[in-house]
Design a protein around this ligand. Structure first.
Ligand code: SF4
Length: 194
């Protein structure tokens, strides 16, 4: 069976960034769909910036897109402009405020901050680099590590008998490779395979 560690690390980094993104949306009273729509408008051309095409691209109903447009227009994040040749057609245009909102909400800043501290390190395997990024992101966001048991500071291995020092419960070999919400990385271990 192929090793899925790389995939899992990428998935966890992605989930963490998405979760940080969602927190920002909530504080702004907006939803992911609003940002998807604004993001689309920064990338599409003048033939594709209509509500119908946006709904098609985002895989959403016209009704959902219409409600999002109303909300974003009210908050001055986008403008509705009539087509110069066909007044029945409406074009959408992101405003400077909308562009600023998008810029401030992207999780890229969290990613850059997290990667700064590992910037000068070298890794022999992609998983080591991804793992270091994941750990830095978790630290920056006070997120639980959910690492594997055998890499935890509370994991005790005595003559191939395992014990959790936190709960004082015996662990078997299967337990030792499972992830745990109470995991705290043992700093003497470089890698925390997921
Ligand atoms: S706290 Fe969780 S991860 Fe750490 S040793 Fe105990 S069971 Fe394992």
């Amino acid at each position: 069976m192929r090793d899925t560690t790389t995939f899992r690390l990428i998935e966890r980094i992605s989930n963490l960034l998405r979760s940080e993104e969602r927190k920002k949306y909530v504080t702004l009273g907006l939803q992911p769909v609003h940002f998807q729509l604004l993001d689309y408008l920064t990338r599409c051309n003048q033939f594709s910036n209509t509500p119908v095409v946006a709904a098609e691209y985002l895989g959403l109903t016209k009704g959902t897109v219409s409600q999002s447009i109303q909300m974003l227009e009210r908050k001055n994040y986008l403008l509705k402009l009539p087509d110069l040749k066909d007044r029945r057609v409406t074009h959408l245009q992101i405003t400077p405020q909308g562009e600023q909102l998008l810029k401030n909400s992207r999780p890229i800043d969290a990613f850059i901050n997290a990667t700064e501290e590992i910037y000068n390190q070298s890794f022999t395997h992609i998983d080591d680099g991804l793992n270091a990024i994941l750990l830095a992101l978790q630290k920056a966001n006070n997120a639980k590590s959910f690492g594997t048991c055998h890499t935890c500071i509370n994991f005790i291995n005595m003559d191939d008998h395992y014990l959790c020092n936190l709960t004082q419960q015996p662990l078997d070999k299967t337990d030792s490779i499972k992830i745990c919400r109470e995991h705290r990385l043992n700093p003497t271990i470089l890698n925390t395979p997921t």
